[in-house]
Design a protein around this ligand. Structure first.
Ligand code: ADP
Length: 391
């Protein structure tokens, strides 16, 4: 037997006499020096397993010959190294547990901070938004969902700010537009009512002023009603298959007299084909045609010429309204689609225009997935082109 082996081995014969012993043991271990019974069922048994309190783990194994136990091998394994190993394992485990708990706590704290701080900022931002305050900024860099949410909130706040400003402007414009004709009506009616005007011609003039002002109010309320309707998000156009040649013919018939009175020629040569079908809302597209013809009449002096045409392009149906009128200066051309925009306020007002017609046209055409554009030269005239998708 090896001298340095930690485990001590003792072999007893069946009467309990020590046959051999690998190393000496303290006398306290003698209690274990008893042989296994003669007929032993178990191949070996652990007779001492209390490694915590006892100095040795003791196991006994029988040496059997023809089923009879002739000797007993008793092994004493010192429990000290086991205790030391288990204790150091326990220490390591405790260390690892503490370290990982601290690490997780720190990590949770950092993550929570990273998530909660932006969320708290967003909550504050929403509160500011609800109070119509927009002077906040959120950290929007990063690729995670929180950054994405911050970006969306910032976009939303910009849109809301823009919308609120636009609405303010819109309301200011409306009240401005309303005030002038209402003041006219009020003042002139008051003068007439007071009986201060005796001259019949003068009275007529005042009545004309009142009529013009009420006419402007009438057009304004009409246009505003249209705009509000078209701006509703759930507004749907009622599309159907419509012959655009017939639709234009109707508009031309309506305008014939007005153009003749204004001493402007209105040219309309319907294509030979007779039918150009579009999938459109006939009421709305008529409105566009009427608006464009009305503008052409308004902004073309007597003796001028207006032409309306329709043709089929490979990818669209094209309707043009061209005039030889006053034209639009280059620097104003982009603004004419804006609500209430008028190049010459006095001229437009004189015809009852509030600068809403073209913004209504644009909205209608866009609802048809089409486009509208203008080419113009001051003093020479304008061409308005509407493109509608082919069915
Ligand atoms: P309005 O009711 O004032 O005509 P619109 O929205 O229809 O409003 O047009 C906006 C502005 O565009 C007009 O005030 C006018 O200055 C200009 N405009 C529109 N059509 C023409 C045209 N055919 N010729 C010259 N200017 C035009």
């Amino acid at each position: 037997m090896e001298k340095n082996a930690i485990t001590s081995v003792i072999v007893l014969d069946s009467s309990g006499q020590v046959l051999t012993q690998s190393r000496s043991l303290p006398p306290s271990q003698n209690v274990y020096l008893r042989p296994l019974p003669e007929f032993n069922d178990a191949p070996s048994e652990l007779v001492e397993s209390d490694w915590r309190n006892k100095p040795y783990l003791v196991s006994k194994s029988p040496v059997t010959i023809q089923g009879k136990t002739v000797a007993t091998v008793i092994m004493f394994t010192p429990s000290e190294p086991i205790r030391t190993a288990i204790e150091s394992l326990q220490r390591i485990l405790i260390g690892v547990t503490i370290t990982s708990s601290v690490a997780s706590a720190v990590l949770i704290f950092i993550i929570a901070k990273r998530i909660t701080r932006p969320l708290v900022n967003m909550k504050n931002a929403v509160r500011l938004l609800s109070q119509n305050k927009y002077n906040f900024s959120l950290a929007t860099d990063g690729k995670d969902e929180i950054a994405e949410l911050s970006r969306s909130l910032m976009d939303f706040s910009h849109e809301l700010k823009h919308y609120r400003l636009e609405r303010q402007d819109f309301l200011a414009e409306i009240s401005h537009e309303l005030r002038t004709p209402i003041t006219y009506i009020r003042e002139y009616a008051n003068i007439l009512r007071a009986g201060a005007i005796q001259d019949e011609e003068e009275k007529e003039k005042f009545l004309d002023y009142i009529f013009d002002a009420s006419n402007r109010l009438y057009h304004l309320s009409d246009d505003l009603f249209e705009l509000v309707q078209l701006d509703q998000t759930n507004y749907r156009i009622q599309k159907e298959s419509v012959n655009l040649i017939a639709l234009i013919q109707q508009a031309v018939d309506e305008f014939k007299l007005g153009f003749a009175e204004a001493e402007i020629t209105l040219q309309w040569n319907p294509p030979k084909k007779r039918t150009i079908n579009g999938f459109i809302d006939p009421v709305r597209i008529s409105q566009v045609l009427v608006n464009l013809l009305e503008n052409a009449k308004k902004y073309t002096p007597a003796g001028g010429h207006v032409e309306i045409k329709v043709s089929e392009l490979p990818y669209a149906i094209e309707v043009t309204v061209s005039d030889t009128g006053i034209g639009i200066p280059e620097e104003n051309i982009h603004q004419i689609w804006q609500r209430f925009y008028r190049v010459e306020k006095s001229r437009s007002r004189a015809h009852g225009g509030a600068g809403l017609g073209l913004s209504i046209c644009k909205r209608i055409v866009e609802l048809h997935d089409g486009s509208i554009r203008v080419q113009s030269r001051p003093g020479r005239g304008s061409i308005f082109t509407v493109l509608l998708p082919r069915p």
